[in-house]
Structure formats: C-alpha cells, structure tokens
Design a protein around this ligand. Structure first.
Ligand code: SF4
Length: 483
C-alpha cells in the first residue's frame, strides 16, 4: 500500500533507526553489495568507464522511445504475442484481469516485478478473485507476512531467519526450524505445487530489445523461468522506458545490471522471451502478453530536468550505498521504490508535493551517482525537485512547500552576490551569534526557522573575523616588515 506522508516517513524512519536487528541487516547488505559493486566495476575488462557508455546507451534509447517501442511491439506481434500499451495503473490492471477472465485463470504465479508493485497488481487481482503467489523467495516471505518489499532486489532483507521460521510454521504447517536450507526446501516444495497448478505466469522485464523483439528477465533462483514457461499464459509487465535499440547495447547493460545489483558477473538465470511457444518448442506458454506501462512516465519524458531518471535499470546499487537508506530501510519510503531512486522517481510518479519528504530526506552526498551502473545524476535531480518545492512549478502542478523558503533563497542569493553586503552580513552574524548558547566553537541552539538543524546536532559558529579580513591584515603586516 502506498503510504506517502511526511509524518509516516518520520515515524517509520524513527522506528527503523531504533531497531537493532534491522540496523545490522542493512549494514551487512551495504557492506556486501555496496562495496562489491564498486569492485565489480573496477574488474570490468573495459574499466569503470563502461558506466558512461551505458549512460549514453540509455540516453539514446529514452530519446527514441516511441520508435523503439513500436519496433518491439511489431516483432512480438509477428511472433504471435500480444502487446498492450497501458496509459496508467488502472488500464494495466484491467487488461490483465480481462485476459485472465477470458482464459478462465484462477491461480497466478509471479516472478519479482517492481512495476507490478507500483500498480498494486496483487491486491487488485485478489479483489477480482484471482490468487497471485509470489515465487521469488524474498517476495514469497513478505507476501506471507502481508508486507511490501523493503529493497528492490532483496525484498525481505528486514526479516531474520527466526521471523521466517515463525511465518513458515504458521502458513505451511512445517515443524519449527531456523535452518536456512531447511526453510528454503520448505518454500521450494510449496512453490513447486503453485507452479504446477497456475494458469498464468506474471513477470517483470529487466530489459527489452527493439532490434530482436525480445524481453529479458534475470534471476538467481530460476523461479521466473518456471513462472513464465509452465503456466498456459505468460504476461510480462514493463515500464515503457525499459528498452534499448540494439543487441550489442543490451549486452553492456545486462553486464552492468548484474554487477550493480549483486556484484555478479552475470545472474544465474537469464531468460529471453519473444512470444508464445512455437510448434517446434518443447515447452513455453500458449499465449504471451506484454503490457507496456506509462503511468506518469510520459510526463517525466517531457521534462528535460528529470528525463534522466528514465535511464534507470532498477538494479538497486544506489540503495546499497545510500547513508539514508542504510539507516531507515525501505519501508519508510512508503512506495514500491526506495532509496535514492525512490526519492526521485516516487515524487515524479505520485506527485511532488505529496512525496516531498522523500527528496528532502536525502543527504546529497553523491554516493548514489558513483554506484549507479548507468551513472545517473541523482543528486542533481534531488536538487531540482527541491527547487520546484521552493518556488512552485506549473508543469508539475507543484505549490511551494513553504512560501518563506523561496523568499529566503532569493534574499540569500542577493546577500552572497555582492561582496560588501556579504561581509557586512558576516560581521553582523558574528556579533549576533553571541546571543545563542555555545560550546567551544559550536552553537548548541539556533532560533526558528533554523532550530531543526540544532535539534540533534551543533552548528559551527562563525569565526570572529572573516578569512578575507585576516588575509588583508596579514598582508599589511607583511608589507610593514618589508624594508
Ligand atoms: S538509479 Fe542507478 S543505481 Fe539506482 S536503481 Fe536506478 S540504475 Fe540502479
């Protein structure tokens, strides 16, 4: 469920920071995957610079989305598949339910797909009387717990094996065990029956290729391959930006995706699908449907300030290095996407005012950009979002979050634009700060509206004399000493 509210965010963040088990899990995740990805980029035969090549590939693809998507659709239709362009979540869900009803589908197995989380597909299928079972182990666990993923590729990172043991005892009736291989075997057994009983398999799309007309899914568990080949129908959902033009570009992105996501050279299972089963094939679905989802992406595409976010390949590398995600975890973000990618894309998809706390909560440290396999400038877009919140923005129908903020920045820019005014301001501020409690050279408390800063930390006090004033004085002294 979408829970986008500044207070919910703060509350969830507070709770996460106070949870020692979660803190340990997040630290472990970041130590393993965050550092691992950087090392994996260094080991690339072409060197880490390949990330910039990937950036250019994504830039080209996003600039030609209309042509590429038509080419992909044409090829899939030639192969006997169906392609549906959904303008929003409702459109996509209705199409899925319509196809399911036409084919008498009662049970669905799903491979992990963030775009189906974005459109709340499971809940809507359940309301239509169709059971959808997640088959990725992490997703399966959180589905049993009635929760949402807390990480893009490690959705159950917040669960311990003790939590999982209790869930499995309650839901599967197995004897209590906390042994990970035993728990995995139990899940595998339960899921095997689901795969065999399902009428429809639903997957996401890691990447589509216009040149060849196929989609690719990657996984390390093999579950997506089973979900997409065993049931009679396969329906794949993709955000409309997840496409590239040529196969050689595709290969570069897949290599970077696996390195960014899990520091792997390549995922264990990489499946290519271009349509339903052909007469000569031994397995595969009788029908194949591809649902291409817009759901706000066209609006992003139309704005050059934010178009770059459509280059994202949802690898989660930015989550694995983000100091904010590393403390508050994924649930605090209140939507399908968490971490730096969530802080940028969620406000753009759901409303900048509504999700303003996400872009305001990030530190702008830049670690996400360094970790991103396609070198997306997330900090720039976080700042651009904050700008729309400071001044308002007609295109995004954003109203200023605080009317005083825009004014304050205008005054600040006047102050800093003129040296004389700036120096006068510094002198006055250096005198004025004497009114506030101090410890050493740090202020303990600032007055409103700056008091938020000193609620949890001190503020460095201004030096009694500016650097320039000291420099000038020094020059005079030196001049005096010159004979
Ligand atoms: S912004 Fe970059 S690092 Fe983050 S999920 Fe997208 S591609 Fe991966």
């Amino acid at each position: 469920m979408t829970q986008l509210h500044p207070e919910t965010y703060r509350e969830a963040a507070r709770k996460a920071i106070g949870d020692p088990v979660l803190q340990k899990a997040l630290a472990g995740l970041q130590a393993r995957f965050g550092r691992g990805a950087a090392e994996a980029y260094r080991r690339l035969p072409e060197g880490p610079h390949l990330r910039h090549t990937a950036h250019e590939i994504r830039e080209r693809a996003v600039a030609h989305l209309d042509v590429l998507l038509e080419r992909l659709a044409e090829k899939i239709r030639q192969n006997g598949g169906h392609v549906f362009f959904a303008s929003d979540a409702t459109d996509a869900v209705e199409y899925c339910i319509k196809v399911a009803r036409r084919h008498g589908v009662r049970r669905v197995v799903k491979g992990k797909s963030m775009v189906t989380e974005e459109i709340d597909l499971n809940e809507k299928l359940a309301a239509a009387g169709i059971d959808a079972v997640e088959t990725d182990l992490g997703e399966y666990i959180i589905q049993l717990a009635g929760e949402k993923p807390s990480h893009i590729i490690a959705p159950a990172i917040h669960k311990t094996r003790y939590d999982i043991a209790e869930l499995f005892v309650k839901n599967m009736g197995i004897p209590y065990t906390t042994d990970p291989p035993a728990l995995t075997r139990a899940a595998r057994k339960a899921l095997r029956e689901e795969f065999l009983a399902a009428d429809m398999g639903i997957s996401g799309v890691n990447m589509a290729c216009a040149e060849t007309g196929h989609i690719t899914t990657v996984s390390n568990e093999g579950n997506i391959r089973m979900a997409t080949t065993l049931p009679r129908i396969h329906m794949a959902f993709m955000g409309m930006e997840r496409i590239v033009g040529r196969l050689d570009e595709y290969e570069i992105l897949l290599r970077l995706l696996c390195r960014g996501a899990a520091a792997q050279t390549m995922a264990t299972y990489v499946s290519y699908t271009a349509g339903p089963r052909r007469p000569e094939d031994s397995d595969g679905p009788e029908a194949f449907h591809l649902v291409v989802i817009d759901n706000g992406r066209s609006r992003i595409l139309a704005d050059p300030r934010f178009r770059e976010i459509l280059y994202c390949i949802r690898c989660a590398a930015c989550l694995n290095v983000c100091p904010v995600y590393g403390k508050i975890g994924g649930h605090a973000y209140g939507f399908a996407y968490s971490g730096p990618i969530g802080a940028v894309v969620t406000p753009l998809l759901t409303g900048i005012n509504r999700a303003r706390h996400l872009c305001q909560g990030e530190t702008l440290c830049g670690a996400c950009m360094e970790a991103c396999p396609v070198a997306i400038d997330l900090p720039r877009m976080l700042l651009a979002l904050r700008e729309t919140l400071a001044y308002g923005d007609a295109f995004w129908k954003t109203t200023p979050a605080n009317p005083l903020e825009g004014l304050a920045f205008k005054v600040w820019s006047r102050l800093t634009a003129n040296r004389r005014t700036w120096e006068c301001f510094l002198k006055a501020a250096a005198l004025g700060q004497r009114l506030f409690p101090k410890k050493g050279n740090r202020l303990r408390r600032l007055p409103p509206p700056f008091h938020g800063w000193t609620r949890k930390r001190d503020f460095p006090s201004l030096a009694p004399e500016t650097f320039l004033a000291r420099w000038r004085k020094n020059e005079i002294e030196v001049a005096k000493d010159i004979p």
